[in-house]
Design a protein around this ligand. Sequence first.
Ligand code: FEO
Length: 396
Amino acid sequence: MALEIIPGIYSVGVVDWNVRSFHGHTYSTNRGSTYNSYLIVDEKIALVDTVLGSFAGELIENIRKIIAPEKIDYIIANHVETDHSGALPEIMKLCPKAKVVGTQKCKEGLFKHYYGNWDFQVVHSQDKISLGKRSLTFIEAPMIHWPDSMFTYCLEEQLLMPNDAFGQHYATSQRFDDETDQCALMDEAAKYYANILWPLGPVILKKIEEIQKLNIPIKIIAPSHGVIWRKDPERIINSYLYWAKNSVKEKAVIVYETMWGATEKMARKIAEGLIQSGIEVKLFDVATSDRTEMTKEMLDSKGFLFGSSTHDNDMLPMMAGFLEFVKGLRPKNRAIGVFGSYGWAGGAVKEIENLFKEIDINTALESLSVKYIPDQDELNKCFEYGINFANIVRNK
Ligand code: FEO
């Protein structure tokens, strides 16, 4: 549907209620998502971003409720990724004279995706396009989260359209932050940051600082996924600052994979030690848990504990897959603990330690290994390990 979010500016994107995985299958979108597109009707008409290709028809229908698509003068392409550019070829068929506006990398990326022979205007930070009463200023934002990424700002409305930044994969019938469930909103915003933006913290801090120095008022942040921040845009900016600075709390996430239950027994006993010490704990069996959710829980946790049974002198395969993902997040300022059971030669614990050494992280405590099933003494050691790890989390 088309909704006027500010007089003369319309949300014309689509809600994808049923998408359940994103970025291939790296991200589970249990609450669906939206592909937001904004139509600015002034003396000139600009469309900011499009939607996933399969929703091109719905986008065009939404635009038609406001204006004839043929009247569009500019299509601002903040980002190449197909969830925002997929409908561009269909739109361009209706307004072949419209100018596509984006960064040089965007131009290269869109050409490589669609080979469209479109009139393209390359813009740089602080370049401006006048639409009449309103203007659009561009802020290049490379690696938030692709090299081509860009933010678009409308000074007259104090409106920032930062594409993926500040988004949420969150399908709702409401379009604004103040209309929706606050817990679900912040849960999805954290999940989005943890799974898409976590390794880019230093770039994000620099970009926010750069924007703050521009001293531009921001009344509304309209991202390309999820709801629009109009009640308190500072809330999401401050959340990004918190996450990007690797701010953490006294919380530990335990993730394990177990073959016959011995490593699970260890995990539960370690959790008991942590809980008795007053540390918040989240415990996940990697084989049955949602990776996107586990990553979100790790975002504000000071301690990570990973456990695996040994198989073929290595960790179990689902743990190996999860830890490769964690390695890519390049976590900083965290304490890491490792544990696991084995039958004869062992190997899982060493392999997990080695994986973290590759990113210059050493375990905070000597790792804990148990042969076959932990007996009472060994369970007591697991409990003690939890208490010792709690002290490290508290004092780190
Ligand atoms: Fe929502 Fe980077 O695409």
